[in-house]
Design a protein around this ligand. Structure first.
Ligand code: GDP
Length: 299
């Protein structure tokens, strides 16, 4: 879609121009071409591991299909990239449980609150009844921001500032169950005095959610800012080990040329990317679709 293309414009610029000169600058598929391609992929934050993987897959493809023309390489590259990213495409399906409880985690500034607002809007569009649980009780601003999103989407926000985050979320789930709410979006803090504290608190929240509803949380979403590039891998690992992340939201892809990090994630920690953020508008949180994504990069 045009929105996606526009949203990915920086990563596209980082790739298109170099790709164009790559394909124009080489008469044959040779070592020099592979080397140049390696540099391009690394500079788009694809990461060493995923870059090596893509190059090896590309060489294998070239050999298998007997490709000789540089022109044929574009299609081959698209297809090996699509194969690498394919396991990440598993859209979030809200099924089976009422309320469907989504716990959101991520460091401050990653775009967690904005993502909650955009998700609330999306679910409301689908006719769902939504409740927001203000589990970031450390930042008064977090609660206020959530209130704003709630008001904009006519969605109730449960919880006050101060107090125990786990208790806030527990109460929200109880109340949502009693009132036939479809989806609970539970916010959590993004920064505590120490990183260790944060993970311990998130683990506790997860346990308490399960106490409120044994099948919950039905989704544990980690919100990652694409601008952090390769650091996304370390964050994904730390959060996953603490709370068992079931889906990723990659935000701010519109503001970065580091969109290649998604390939690095696919190689190292292939957690489904449920949504990508490609702008500040409500509609700029989009389900991740590999074909669309790869097409937008190469368009
Ligand atoms: P939180 O601390 O994780 O809750 O982060 P916020 O939701 O407050 O977001 C931090 C900033 O990033 C805000 O200015 C948001 O508008 C912005 N933001 C979040 N997602 C996106 C996105 O996909 N694209 C752009 N351009 N900005 C975003």
């Amino acid at each position: 879609s045009e929105r996606l293309k526009a949203g990915l414009s920086r990563t596209r610029t980082a790739l298109t121009q170099p790709f164009a000169s790559l394909f124009a600058g080489h008469a044959r598929i040779d070592e020099a071409l592979y080397e140049e391609l390696e540099t391009i992929l690394l500079s788009a934050d694809v990461g060493v591991e995923a870059t090596q993987h893509l190059l090896a897959a590309l060489r294998a493809r070239v050999k298998r299909d007997g490709l000789t023309e540089v022109d044929q390489l574009r299609g081959a590259l698209k297809s090996v990239l699509t194969e690498l990213l394919a396991p990440l495409e598993k859209p979030l399906v809200l099924s089976g449980h009422k309320p469907f409880v989504i716990m959101l985690a991520g460091v401050n500034g990653a775009g967690k609150t904005t993502t909650i607002g955009k998700l609330a809007w999306r679910f409301r569009q689908e006719g769902k009844r939504v409740m927001l649980a203000a589990g970031d009780t450390f930042r008064a601003a977090a609660r206020e921001q959530l209130e704003e999103w709630g008001a904009r989407n006519q969605v109730e926000v449960v919880g006050g500032s101060g107090g125990d985050p786990a208790a806030v979320i527990y109460d929200a789930i109880q109340s949502a169950t009693a009132r036939g709410i479809d989806v609970v979006l539970a916010d959590t803090a993004g920064r505590l005095p120490t990183q260790l504290h944060l993970m311990e608190e998130l683990k506790k929240i997860r346990r308490v959610i399960q106490k409120a509803e044994p099948s919950a949380p039905h989704e544990v979403l980690l919100v990652l800012d694409a601008n952090i590039g390769q650091n996304a891998l370390a964050q994904a690992q730390a959060f996953d080990e603490a709370i068992g992340v079931t889906g990723l939201v990659l935000t701010k892809l519109d503001g970065t040329a580091k969109g290649g990090v998604i390939a690095a994630l696919a190689k190292r920690r292939p957690i489904p990317v449920r949504f990508i953020g490609v702008g500040e508008g409500l509609e700029d949180l989009q389900p991740f679709r590999v074909d669309e994504f790869v097409d937008a990069l190469f368009a």
